[in-house]
Every structure is written in C-alpha cells, then in structure tokens.
Design a protein around this ligand. Structure first.
Ligand code: ACM
Length: 681
C-alpha cells in the first residue's frame, strides 16, 4: 500500500501520540506519588528548578506561608540549590520561573472541609489552585514528591493533576500511655502524616499505664499517674498548632470507664472498688474502672473535660469505651443494686448509661463523642462516631444503624503485618453491595499504633513506611490497588520520610551497631534483614512483659515487612513461574542463599561476646541450613533432576524446625525455600 504525504504525517502524529501516551502509562505510571491522585495526566515537559524559583500566594494566610516555606526549604535541602527565602509574598500573578498558589479562601480546620487541589506543571510554570488553604497544603506535598533529576538539572515533572481525598477522615492513632513519646516524636510523625496527606492525629493520652497530660484543676492526675512523663498545656497547644499547620486535626482520647488505672491512682474515690491503685506495669486488660453510679464521677469528669476543651479545639472527642471487663462492677453491691433499680440487664446497659451521661457533659462543651465499637450498640445520638476495631462487620452494622463510623480493623500496625495486607483493607471495597446512604456514613479509617512494644527509638519503624500505604488506601480511588507499584513507590516515599527527620531507617543501623558493639555489623544485618518480629498477639502470650523492659533486642530492630526478604520471595516466585529458567535470576538467588548459608559461622563469633544475641543463635543456624537446602534444590532444577525421598523428608524436617519462632522473631524467607523443595520432590 502506498502511503501519501498526508497519511505519513497522520501516522507520525499517531505514533507520537502513542509514545507520549505510552510514556504516561508505563514509565510514568503513578510517577512516585503516594497517595496516587484522583486524576493525573503526565506530560513530557519538565519544569526546571533553579535558584530563582519563588512561590507566590494570592491570599494573606499564615498557615499557607509556613507550608510554602517548608516546601521551599525541602526543595533546597534535596537539591542543594540556593533557593532564596522571599516570604511573605502576596501576589495575584507569578514572576517568571515561579509557582503561583491560588486559594479561594482560608477556612478553619475541621472535619469535611474541601481538601481538593489542582496542580498544573508545564515547562514554564507551576500552578496550584485550591478551594481552601488545606487543599493547597496537600498540593504542596504532591509537588515535593514530583521533584526529580536528570544528568543536568533538578526538575518537576510536567503534570495536570486534579485531586481530592476519597475519605474525609484519614487518621493515625499514637498511644503515648503505654510508652511515653516525647514531643519531638509526635512532631516528626506529624511531618510524615502530612507528607502522605493524613489529616487526623488520634492522640491516645490516657490508659492504665500512664496519664500523659497536665491537668491544672485535678493535678493528682498527671502528678501521680504519669511517672513524671506527661505533656504540659504549652506543649499540647504547640502540637495542636503544629498539626493544624499541616492540615491535621488533633482528636484526644481519654479512655473511659475502663483502661483507667492511671486516673485512679490519684483519685481512687471514683473507682468501682476501693483503692489504692498504682500505675500498671503489665500488658493486658485490667479491672480498675470508674463508678458510673457515683454522681461525683460526672462532676469530676466535667471539671476535667472543661479544662481539656481549652486545649483541643477540634469538635470530636474520643472517650474510648473499649475492653471494660466489668469485674469491679460485678462485685460491687451498690452498683448491682443501681442496675436492678434501673432495670439494666447487663454491664453493656450500664456502660451505655455512663456514655449517655458523658455525652451530656461533652455536648455542653460543643464536643461530639467518638468511641470504640462495643458489642452492644449504644443508645446515643446519631451524631456519635463509632470506631470499628474488632471486625469489619461492626463497621457496616454501625453504619446501617445510622452512626458515622471509622475503620481500624485491618489497620492495626502494632501487629507488625505486611504492608499489602493493610493496603488492600478497603473500608468500602469495589464490589461492596452497601447502599449509598450507608457508604456515606463511613468517614474513613485510622491506623493504630498501640505502644506495648514501641518506644521513642522504634516507633517510627513500626509506623513507617507501612502507614503511607494506608494513607493511600484512604485518599486514592479504590481501583488504585496495584501491590507491586505500591511497593515500588513505598521505597521512594520511605527515603523522603527519612529526609523529613523520621528515624525508621537510621535507627535500624544504630540499633544493630549497639547490639554488636559496632563489631562486624554487616553480619548481624544480613540476618536481621530476613527476619520479622513475631505477630504481636503471639509475642506476649501469656503476658510476661513489663512496661519498663528495654526495647533494644533483635526483635525490636527487626522490621514488620522486611524488604530484602520480600524482594527475595518475589524473585523466587518469578523464577519458578518461568518455564525456561532464567540464568540471571538463578545467579541472584544463589548469591543470596550463599550469603545466608555462610553468615552463621561469622555471626556465631559475635554472639559469643554479645549475650543479648544468644536468643537468635538457633534461628541464625536455621537460616544457614535452609539456605543450603535452597541451593541444593536449585542444583536439582539446573540438572533437570528430582530429589530423592530421603532428601525431601529431611529438608521438610529442617524447615519445620526453622518455622518455630526464636527470640520472638521468625525467618521471612521460608515460604520460598518450601516452594523450591516442592518443585524438586
Ligand atoms: C482496642 O484495641 N482496645 C481499641
């Protein structure tokens, strides 16, 4: 067929269009953004960043200035460019080579505000448009994630982004009662939350193990209930402001009527059984519970809440309500009598009464109550928000009953589960059959960082980077669920979080150095890179730990979803999927297996002089033995032969022993070894 000039041009245009399109779909898939925006078109242009880059803002808004200044600082830090500090700039138009932020209006930070933004980057300019300050702040975070470089320059990838969150409530709970977290820990975690567009810090301030906030009107609360580890009013106000600067609301939790030991140390007269009480040092569920039949309990709580309401401007207020074991109620004759008089048929009914009384106090302070799901639905106003933690069914049940709800089941990051498990835990999965009216009640969710097994040194490694994947689940459209692409981007985001001051990477190295006394650290690292901490509920079962135990052992260094192990497992899967075995993959798999096979002899020498490592000696030997099995299996595959029965039986036996956790840790590559055995048997 003859192609005329016009057709040739048409083919060229189509080819060009296809290549641009291809670029957008493959090389540029989701770029490095996390969370992925609702709508994004990637163009091949780049906006080159140089030191004359400025940001202009159309409104006078202190929070936005600060956010823009942080972005300039971060861009300067990551590029080494001497970007000039020119704030505040109020301008309706941008100068050459600069960014213009256009915000419709500055609003108060509250649930449900418009958080959308548009970001348009081309060769000549960067334009960020948003309905509110907080949408613009999210847009600035996206801009920072678009920073890239080539041989000659730093640049912002050309894009047209139209973005808004799927859910209005994207939270992280930090438990500061079981282990106290100094202010700098909270601040750096707020920085990280902002980077991935999370918008609620759920601050779990009181529990059996510590009352972590100063109360001037009832000073025995923090004086006797905290071991001296609590936040002052000034510190609380500072955090609330710091969070608001980043578009993050702070919702305090004061857990009641159970989980209340630390309250009752100073004020035992409000308990349901006589004191004295002391701060709890064990993990578990405990008896001390407020007396809901005592009128003075509510007077006490009125004084407390009134003072707290001067510190926390948010409308929402968490009263806990979980895991009241009812033992003190069951054995108190006055409480039992009250229940008979009021026809309360069980403790749930009594707790419901307590909640109704507490809600009255809070509504006088213009606060809306949130509580953990309990097995019996409370008879509260439909304004109440219920946080589902025991199962997904309770999320739907509460929403069907007309309550607004939050999902935390499946987002328990303290349980050290893999990132993809949390990532695919969609509050409203794509195939959901819920009515729209029920779906509307689901506000979003929260990752929960319970602090039995984390301290200031390790908390970041339990929250990040996995929580960035949860942030994406709660922000991005539900069809953004490609696990491999999530892991690709998570690696990049993890480094950006470190750049913001998070310690999840640097403390790994530091803790390894401490364990080996800085002697042959690499050898211990080779081992820890492929182990994971035991599932938390198995780790301390039955409860033996005390709250003052050090969190510096190998299990504390080990990370929940170890990258080396995950990438090795993926490689083995893809190797086994290939009909024709790929030589390059074989080489890499063998390299790892040889490393692990030989590592034990070196690690033993360190263990000899570092008693703290003794507990993982057998697991290190297990790793060595399993790596040998893997190598032998690869030899069978290479020679196209099958293993004999004796080898197969012995190998499965070794694997079984290796599966037993040691030092509260487990090997994370055993499934791959099992697969290698199974293909040669
Ligand atoms: C909870 O995990 N007890 C809410």
């Amino acid at each position: 067929m003859r192609i005329n000039g016009f057709s040739k041009l048409k083919i060229m245009i189509v080819a060009l269009f296809m290549s641009i399109n291809l670029l957008a779909q493959t090389n540029f898939k989701n770029l490095n953004l996390m969370p992925v925006p609702e709508e994004m078109t990637v163009v091949s242009e780049k906006f080159l960043l140089n030191q004359s880059f400025t940001i202009s803002i159309n409104i006078d808004d202190a929070r936005l200035y600060k956010a823009a200044k942080r972005t300039l600082d971060n861009l300067a830090k990551r590029t080494g460019l001497l970007i000039k500090d020119q704030f505040p700039i109020i301008s309706k138009s941008s100068k050459d080579n600069s960014m213009l932020i256009n915000v419709d209006k500055a609003v108060e930070l509250e649930l449900g505000i418009d958080e959308s933004y548009d970001l348009i980057v081309d060769e000549t300019s960067v334009r960020l448009n948003a309905a509110t300050t907080f949408g613009a702040i999210h847009g600035l975070e996206t801009l920072e994630q678009l920073l890239n470089s080539d041989e000659t320059s730093y640049y912002i990838q050309g894009v047209q982004i139209k973005d808004k969150p799927r859910f209005p409530w994207r939270g992280l709970l930090i438990d500061v009662s079981r282990h106290f977290m100094p202010i700098e820990v909270i601040k750096r975690n707020l920085d990280a939350m902002a980077a991935v567009k999370m918008n609620v810090l759920h601050w779990h301030l009181t529990d059996d193990h510590g009352f972590r906030i100063e109360c001037k009107s009832l000073p025995k609360l923090h004086e006797l209930g905290s071991d001296g580890l609590y936040y002052t009013h000034e510190q609380i106000l500072d955090i609330v402001d710091y969070a608001a600067d980043r578009g993050i609301r702070v919702v305090p939790e004061f857990d009641l009527p159970g989980h209340a030991t630390s309250w009752l140390v100073g004020y035992p007269e409000f308990a349901s059984a006589p004191g004295p009480y002391s701060i709890e040092r064990n993990w578990g569920i405990f008896n001390p519970t407020f007396d809901p039949t005592n009128k003075e309990t509510y007077e006490f709580l009125t004084v407390f809440f009134k003072e707290m309401s001067t510190l926390f401007p948010d409308k929402y207020w968490h009263i806990g309500g979980d895991e009241n074991n009812g033992k003190q109620w069951d054995t108190n004759s006055k409480i039992q009598e009250f229940m008979v008089q009021n026809k309360f048929k069980n403790n749930h009914a009594l707790q419901n009464y307590f909640n109704i009384e507490v809600e009255k106090i809070l509504s006088n302070l213009d606060k809306t109550m949130i509580g953990w799901y309990t097995d019996e639905m409370p008879e509260l106003s439909k304004d109440y928000i219920i946080q589902a933690w025991k199962g997904r069914a309770s999320l739907y049940q509460t929403s069907r009953n007309g309550f607004r709800s939050l999902l935390s089941h499946g987002f328990y990051i303290d349980l050290v589960q893999p990132t993809d498990y949390h990532y695919l835990n969609d509050p409203i999965p794509p195939d959901s059959i819920l009515d729209d009216s029920v779906k509307e009640k689901i506000l979003g969710g929260e990752a929960t960082m319970w602090a039995e097994f984390v301290g200031p040194e390790t908390i970041d490694s339990r929250i990040w980077p996995r929580t960035a994947a949860i942030a994406e689940r709660l922000w991005s459209p539900s069809d953004v669920n490609d696990v491999q692409d999530m892991y690709r981007r998570l690696k990049i985001v993890s480094l950006q979080l470190e750049n913001l001051g998070l310690t999840h990477i640097k403390n790994y190295e530091m803790m390894l150095r401490r364990l080996t006394n800085n002697f042959n650290v690499e050898v211990l690292k080779n081992f820890v890179d492929v182990i994971k901490p035991l599932y938390t509920y198995s780790r301390d079962h039955p409860h033996v730990f005390k709250s003052y135990y050090p969190l510096t052992r190998v299990v504390d260094v080990a990370i929940p979803d170890p990258k080396v192990a995950r990438e090795f497992n993926q490689l083995v899967d893809s190797y086994l999927d290939d009909a024709e075995k790929d030589e390059d993959k074989t080489v890499v798999i063998k390299k790892w297996l040889k490393l692990w096979k030989n590592n034990h002899d070196n690690l033993v020498n360190i263990i000899k002089v570092r008693p703290v490592l003794k507990e993982i000696e057998t697991l290190s030997e297990d790793l060595s033995k399993c790596a040998s099995i893997g190598l032998e299996a690869l030899d069978f595959i290479s020679s196209n032969s099958k293993a004999n029965e004796i080898w197969v039986t012995a190998s499965y036996g070794t694997l079984k022993m290796a599966e037993i956790p040691k030092g509260e840790t487990e090997l994370a590559i055993l499934k791959s070894i099992e697969k290698l055995i199974s293909v040669v048997q």
